[in-house]
Design a binder for this molecule. Structure first.
Ligand code: HEC
Length: 167
């Protein structure tokens, strides 16, 4: 990730105090540490910060879908930013291996598929299915790497009846 991308993520307030992958005891410890060490707060890894941005982006995207407001330019821009997941520093770099590389490529390919459908002005139902397949790659990677956020990610999927509007 470029320093500029990191700086803009930081400016958006995306460097939080706690890593969602850690368990409750670790989180309590981190909280205690950051409470006592004024100024030297826990910083999320580059990858964790990027993931937080991806998560809030997709959550906002879900509402826009029903309104038929997906924009190919916006999604292309995201794809460029999300591609940084392949080089961003992780909290546990030694866990980043073959599965991660495979799933991150799959994520980007499915992002391309969604962008293609938006550009082609495809029916909402097709966009919904491609989008849910994209979110499924988040879940698949998380089953290997970081299970904490899975319930939150599952909620990003579009329900079957979401395909209303500009059909
Ligand atoms: C290729 C694997 C992979 C994909 C795909 C993936 N993630 Fe992640 N995600 C990770 C890993 C690994 C971490 C742990 C990052 C760290 O701590 O450095 C993580 C962390 C997170 C976190 C916790 C960040 C924090 O605060 O610590 C959230 C939330 C998250 N991902 C959401 C998503 C969403 C939403 C998607 C899809 C839009 C997604 N992830 C796709 C591997 C992936």
């Amino acid at each position: 990730m470029s320093p500029r991308t990191i700086a803009s993520l930081a400016a958006l307030g995306l460097f939080g105090l706690l890593a969602a992958c850690s368990n409750k005891a670790d989180q309590a410890k981190e909280q205690a540490i950051s409470a006592t060490e004024a100024g030297t707060m826990y910083q999320a890894s580059e990858l964790a910060a990027l993931m937080r941005a991806m998560a809030s982006g997709h959550e906002a995207n879900k509402a826009k879908f029903a309104a038929g407001e997906w924009d190919a330019d916006v999604l292309r821009n995201w794809r460029e930013v999300h591609a940084n997941m392949q080089s961003a520093q992780a909290t546990k770099p030694n866990e980043i291996g073959e599965v991660f590389r495979e799933k991150s490529s799959e994520y980007l390919e499915r992002m391309d598929a969604v962008i293609g459908l938006v550009e082609a002005n495809a029916p909402q139902s097709e966009k919904r299915d491609a989008y849910n397949a994209l979110i499924e790659t988040c879940v698949a990677c998380h089953q290997q790497h970081c299970q904490g956020p899975i319930p939150r990610i599952q909620k990003m999927k579009l329900p079957a009846d979401a395909a209303t509007g500009n059909e």
